[in-house]
Design a protein around this ligand. Structure first.
Ligand code: G4P
Length: 535
């Protein structure tokens, strides 16, 4: 391997200055709330794409793994499979993709470890739905500030004040609307901008294909034009003021309040306002604590962690991409860094931004940015990379699996491919692989949060690794962390099995909570701790 720079040739202070311009966030929502539509509208606003796809809809893109890949195919626009980066005003915005289906919430959780803020997208008619609440809980747990967007105001929906109550009651956050709708849901006239009292009038464009021109009117002009509807918005605005629903930056960053915007993503209305809010209010990257809690400052040498690994994107090349989020320093393509887990050098010659099927080399990147490393076979989810001074970032939490199945090769001659495939799926975090002496290496247990992960694993084993597999579901639903000392007692009770996860964790598997409770009551000294629940 040729010697390459490990220290950045960039002037001192570059990483800090560039980080200050970064806004790295993800959209959390329930399927169908309009995440893809909003993403497209954001890209349109930032002029990444010229025109939003003529088809706003799901036809032809009911993907299971990556919504964006399918969306890109269906609409002919370019979006990376992990992050969309664009410049807006003087900021660089990184929008990270989160899988929509609840079965992939573990993936989404990992993406949320790589963002500095989240946009909670709410369907005006449905309010806070199940998946939104789960993802909100993850953000809360991680202390990620949340901007709320009430979407689809152009369609009949709930009352705006009622929605604010719902946010307060169900999330504990105090909503601080920055805009307030003029006209009830389904009669969207525009928004009252609570920061200056002006009226931003909503104008439709054909199919919402271009940036909706927002007409800016004064309060007097608005009153003249919209009459009672405007006055009602003003009255509700006063009501909000009286209840203290005003934006306060510290409370927002501290996870006490959430700024709220009203929008119609499909008509591209309110999207520019959201970008402005992200640039003006969302936090830039800050130094990240390592596994011991010591903060690695932005200006320290390069460091990053892998938050997502994706294989088989390009069938012709069989490549494996590891996506890293940069935490400190400057990333320069070609630099040789150290892979924290193996302590081996890792060459970053093939650093790319992946735009659908097109790939572009990334020459420089800064804290907050996402870079795809090609053919990164050694890298697994949660791994750290660094230059100069070693750092290990805290391991990414693995969720408590709820579904279990024994996997075995359908073709005995293919045991090599079988082993390789299982190992890879494990390191990518597609499934958790659990082993025990009793089951042997040829038939480990796969554990997942959502059963759709089984489908992905089976499909990839057959098509990517050429090792067709059969799965036999096991009757367990609960995994608890245990230790060596507790093993003999647990093993002697019927219906319970102990297995070991690749990270060394010993897990006891129970069919249901009653079986667990019974064992706990019988032997109070046993170590049986819950794993992090898939929020
Ligand atoms: P998702 O990624 O969150 O799953 O949602 P997606 O963007 O695919 O949007 C889901 C549906 O909601 C799409 O319609 C989309 O056009 C629609 N939609 C998104 N934003 C808005 C909005 O602001 N107003 C209105 N009225 N609709 C919006 P679809 O799949 O074609 O279904 P349909 O409901 O149009 O039949």
């Amino acid at each position: 391997m040729t010697a390459a720079p490990t220290t950045s040739a960039q002037p001192a202070g570059t990483a800090v200055a560039e980080a200050a311009r970064r806004r790295t966030f993800a959209v959390i929502s329930h399927p169908d709330a309009g995440k893809s539509t909003l993403t497209e509208a954001l890209a349109l606003h930032a002029r990444v794409i010229g025109q939003a796809g003529a088809v706003h809809g799901k036809a032809g893109r009911r993907g299971t793994v990556s919504d964006w890949m399918d969306m890109e195919k269906a609409r002919g626009i370019s979006i990376t499979s992990a992050a969309l980066q664009f410049e807006y005003r003087d900021a660089v915005v990184n929008l990270l993709d989160t899988p929509g289906h609840a079965d992939f919430s573990e993936d989404t959780y990992r993406v949320l470890t790589a963002v500095d803020a989240a946009v909670m997208l709410v369907d005006a008619a449905k309010g806070l739905e199940a998946q939104t609440m789960k993802l909100f809980a993850v953000c809360k747990h991680r202390g990620i500030p949340i901007v709320t967007v009430i979407n689809k105001w152009d369609r009949p929906g709930k009352d705006a004040l009622e929605l604010m109550d719902e946010i307060t009651e169900r999330t504990g956050l105090t909503p601080t609307p920055l805009t307030w709708p003029v006209g009830i849901a389904g009669d969207f006239r525009g928004v009252l901008d609570r920061r200056d009292g002006s009226f931003r009038r909503f104008t439709r464009t054909a199919g919402g294909a271009t940036i909706a021109p927002e007409e800016l009117l004064s309060a007097e002009q608005a009153a003249e034009r919209e009459g009672d509807v405007w006055r009602q918005a003003e009255e509700e605005g006063e009501l909000l003021e009286a209840t203290g629903a005003e934006h306060d930056q510290e409370s927002f960053l501290g996870g006490v309040t959430t700024p709220v915007l009203f929008a119609s993503a499909v008509s591209n209305f309110g999207v520019g306002a959201l970008l402005d809010v992200l640039v003006d209010l969302a936090p830039p990257p800050v130094g990240r604590p390592d596994a011991d809690g010591a903060v690695r400052g932005l200006d320290e040498p390069f460091s990053a962690f892998v938050f997502k690994v994706q294989s088989g994107m390009d069938a012709a090349h069989r490549d494996r991409l590891a996506y890293i989020r940069i935490c400190s320093g400057v990333f320069e393509r070609g630099m040789v860094v150290t892979h924290g887990r193996t302590r081996r050098p890792f060459a970053t010659k093939y650093a790319q931004q992946v735009f659908g099927r097109e790939r572009e080399s990334v020459d420089l990147a800064y804290p907050g940015d996402v870079v795809g490393l090609v053919n990164a076979n050694a890298l697994g989810v949660g791994d750290s990379l660094y230059a100069d001074r070693p750092v290990t970032f805290p391991p990414l939490t693995t969720f408590a699996p709820e579904h279990f199945a024994v996997v075995r090769s359908r073709e005995t001659a293919k045991h090599k491919q079988f082993r390789k495939g299982i190992e890879q799926l494990d390191s990518e975090g597609v499934v958790q692989v659990l082993r025990s002496e009793r089951r042997g290496d040829g038939s480990p247990v796969l554990a997942v949060v959502g059963p759709m992960q089984f489908e992905v694993a089976t499909h990839r084993m057959e098509h990517e690794f050429n090792a067709p597999v059969a799965l036999d579901r096991l009757p367990y639903t609960i995994a608890m962390r245990t230790d060596e000392a507790s093993l003999p007692l647990i093993a002697s009770s019927g219906g319970v099995e102990v297995v070991q996860r690749t990270d060394g964790e010993l897990l006891a598997l129970f069919p249901d909570k009653w079986a667990l409770r019974m064992l706990q009551q019988r032997h109070t000294a046993l170590t049986l701790e819950p794993l992090v629940a898939a929020q």
